[in-house]
Design a protein around this ligand. Structure first.
Ligand SMILES: Cc1cc2nc3c(=O)[nH]c(=O)nc-3n(C[C@H](O)[C@H](O)[C@H](O)COP(=O)(O)O)c2cc1C
Length: 259
């Protein structure tokens, strides 16, 4: 950043003392994110807050996001929201499949917009990783027990996979109706999308299993479905985890791929 740029960004209230750190000269300068402008390059990543009240945004959740946005990040990503009734209605989580959540989410969008930041809603389905005692039916690409939760899931049929794609897309539409700037598709930490991508948990022989291209198909259909419904203006991000900590999983697969 030139001294003149630093002065201008101070005037706009976008700069802090860190702006002059020569290791990160552009950290606090604006950058385009798709069709939108981001006030800086700091992103607050998703963390589940467990602050919802009876599945709704109450004052605690609102205060949480308002405080986060006041911290100055250019992008605020929400906690992982739930997008399928199979995941159960857990009072402290936000069920984005339920249109009743939109009005509360809209209050978060407004609070984040007040700080000039972008609001991105994270879309997730936990698949077999949920705790069985909390969720009626665990689902996954294949009937393979989760090394972490221990739960053995129901293997989704090809038709059910298509329906799950639609749940992701409708959740993205609900987030848009709550004035969010876009969505982040959650493929980190071995939730349902990651379970499809991993050759350990995905042993299907239909078009969603086998080659990497097939294992990615579930995620790609969600992204293209959301893009179709939301149009070109919305941000659609993809958070991909590449360390599965599981023998035969995606980490080994990527490491052993020919260059
Ligand atoms: C309490 C808690 C809740 C989290 N919830 C989510 C979540 O909902 N979605 C997500 O993608 N990551 C979630 N994470 C992971 C964080 O986004 C982040 O990757 C992790 O804390 C590591 O951060 P670091 O790379 O700065 O060390 C959570 C982490 C913590 C500690």
């Amino acid at each position: 950043m030139t001294p003149a740029e630093v002065a201008r960004s101070r005037e706009r209230g976008l700069a802090t003392e860190h702006c002059c750190d020569s290791r990160f000269p552009t950290l606090f300068s604006p950058i385009g994110l798709g069709a939108l402008m981001n006030k800086n390059r700091v992103m607050r990543v998703a963390t589940t807050s467990n602050l919802a009240e009876q599945g709704r945004v109450g004052e605690r959740t609102l205060a949480f996001y308002r405080t986060v946005a006041e911290g100055g990040a250019g992008v605020v990503v929400s906690q992982a929201t739930r997008l399928h009734p199979l995941e159960g209605v857990v009072p402290h989580a936000l069920p984005l499949f339920d249109p009743g959540v939109i009005a509360g989410l809209r209050r978060i969008s407004d609070a984040i917009l007040e700080q000039g930041a972008l609001f991105i809603v994270q879309l997730n389905q936990g698949g077999r990783q949920h705790l069985g005692r909390r969720v009626g039916t665990l689902v996954a690409p294949s009937e393979i027990a989760c090394p972490r939760s221990g739960g053995t899931p129901h293997s989704l049929s090809t038709r059910e996979v298509g329906e799950m794609v639609e749940f992701f897309v409708s959740a993205a539409v609900n987030a848009r109706d709550a004035q969010a700037d876009g969505d982040e598709i959650h493929d980190a930490q071995e939730h349902l999308i990651g379970q499809f991508v991993s050759p350990f948990s995905n042993q299907r022989d239909d078009r969603y299993g086998g080659s990497l291209e097939n294992r990615m198909r579930f995620a790609l259909e969600i992204i293209s479905g959301a893009r179709r419904r939301l149009g070109d203006q919305a941000v659609i991000g993809y958070r991909m985890g590449v360390e599965e900590f599981t023998a035969g999983g995606v980490t080994e697969f990527l490491r052993n791929r020919p260059p």
